[in-house]
Design a protein around this ligand. Structure first.
Ligand code: AHR
Length: 487
């Protein structure tokens, strides 16, 4: 039996809505065929953006979207993607399958997508193969109000008003695909590039420096020491890869050991955050600089028969468990983690949505984002789970709680692969009131298909507090529950 205790009397840190952000790269079918089909497509669209996708993302209140990469960002030249489409440069996407990129989705299209979704854009600029001038001019093109040559060009291209972009990445994985740099060299490059990313009118950029890969603590140390005062955020990338790169394993076929190993790799995020944050705290005790986990999620072998460069994988209840574990970890470190972006939005890695022609489906991961929405911008509440330990050292139940506008949200997941768990939920200080809940629960290998798109979907759950105010429920194996209590 698991006992979860929530202290509703002591609200703490605000949980940024941006922890529930996403990432869209020019990779495989994320942009083309995923979100963007073009204005002439028979698939219902508004200005080329699929209506069904936009509607699904509005439903979960997607707060922020990163673009154009990823590795792609450091080969992307923004001027190739503006102006009349027939004149746009056709480049080879050398990172992802060497397909020809026609640049029909560029700056204006990305910002139109964000407008339709109602989310903040986060643009990752090119350091690896770009120039300071190129980056500086992109910022001016986006944010200068009027009259400069670049602002006029933006107006000619259909957007007289400045876009007011705020979140700005200065290079991606500069230790790898973004230029194979040493941290000392990148720290200097970051300082130089960010100097010329100017503030136009009221639009001050939130400058995100390229941070470490997984447990490269030296990278964090060097960046914070040499460039910490010039940045607003430092990124971190960690993927849940349950095996060596050559044999990561199938997304849908796995045994119990691989399942628990996957969860262990996801839970490693907690240790990574603790250690990177300890370093950041030494240089920035006021916690001014945000830790931005702008790539995370599962990475399995691609689906058989699909292009290996497209990173297309299915998403099962195992992915849902990874999402619940990881989002709860971010919430526990919300005083330093200010944004996170799961990789990726559609048809790539741990996607929220899959498409096939005009068909689309929501993955179990999408439903976890849906169930956890109540935590966005809420104040976190102390939440303890006294529970058993699973193989590979995982706690059986992960839980988080928050309060916003008089509503307490508690989310919990039973991570056991096959065993249900009796749970007592104690809300200390809660006087009783209306309660609604939903549950996502299926066998661990279950996933949605285009033939059966709603096999895995949340269902209503009735919760009844006992006379002692304690809520008792049986959590099925591999399930996520979201409960809301009126204070
Ligand atoms: O998300 C796929 C790739 O993973 C990104 O392009 C890169 O930044 C990371 O290595």
């Amino acid at each position: 039996m698991t006992v979860i205790t929530v202290d509703t009397r002591h609200p703490g840190q605000q949980i940024s809505r941006n922890l529930f952000g996403n990432f869209s790269e020019h990779l495989g079918r994320c942009i083309y065929g995923g979100v963007y089909v073009g204005e002439d497509s028979p698939i219902p669209n508004e200005n080329g953006m699929r209506k069904d996708i936009v509607e699904a993302l509005r439903k979960i209140h997607l707060p922020v979207l990163r673009w154009p990469g990823g590795c792609f960002a450091d080969e992307y030249h923004w001027e190739d993607g503006i102006g009349p489409k027939e004149n746009r440069r056709r480049m080879v996407n050398t990172n992802w399958g060497s397909v020809v990129e026609d640049n029909s989705f560029g700056t204006h299209e990305f910002l139109e997508l964000c407008r339709q979704i109602g989310c903040e854009p986060y643009i990752n600029a090119n350091v690896g193969s770009g120039t300071v001038r190129e980056m500086a001019e992109w910022v001016e093109y986006l944010n200068q109000g009027a009259d400069s040559t670049l602002a006029r060009r933006r107006a000619e291209n259909g957007h007289p008003e400045p876009f007011g972009v705020k979140y700005w990445g200065v290079g991606n994985e500069s230790w790898g695909c973004g230029g194979n740099m040493r941290p000392e060299y990148y720290a200097d490059e970051f300082k130089r590039y960010q100097t010329y990313c100017r503030t136009y009118g009221p639009y001050r950029l939130y400058r995100i420096a390229c941070g470490p890969s997984v447990n490269d603590y030296r990278w964090t140390e060097v960046l914070m020491e040499r460039a910490g005062r010039f940045m607003d955020g430092l990124s971190l990338h960690h993927y849940t890869v349950p095996g060596p790169w050559e044999a990561k394993g199938s997304a849908t076929v796995f045994d119990e050991d691989r399942y628990y190993f996957t969860l262990e790799r996801a839970d490693y995020m907690e240790e990574l955050l603790r250690n990177h944050i300890a370093i950041m705290d030494r240089f920035d005790p006021e916690k001014r600089v945000g830790l931005i986990v702008d790539e995370w999620g599962t990475w399995f072998d691609v689906e058989p028969g699909t292009n290996p460069g497209f990173l297309y994988q299915q998403s099962t209840m195992r992915d849902a468990m990874v999402a619940a574990i990881t989002l709860h970890i971010f919430m526990r470190h919300a005083d330093r983690v200010r944004m996170a972006n799961i990789a990726q939005l559609i048809n790539v890695l741990q996607a929220l949505i899959l498409t096939e022609g005009e068909k689309m489906l929501l993955t179990p991961t999408y439903h976890v984002f849906d169930l956890l929405q109540g935590h966005m911008d809420a104040s976190s509440l102390p939440c303890e789970a006294a529970c058993g330990i699973l193989p590979h050292g995982m706690k059986q139940v992960t839980a988080a709680a928050s309060e916003k506008d008089g509503v307490i949200t508690v989310t919990l997941a039973n991570l056991a692969m096959t065993e249900a768990e009796d749970v007592e939920l104690r809300l200390d200080g809660w006087q009783g009131g209306a309660c609604t809940a939903r549950i996502l629960s299926e066998e661990v290998h279950a996933f949605n298909t285009f033939e059966q798109p709603d096999r895995v979907a949340p269902k209503p759950l009735t919760l009844q507090p006992g006379a002692d105010g304690v809520i008792r429920l049986s959590l099925p194996a591999c399930s996520v529950v979201s409960a809301s209590f009126r204070a």
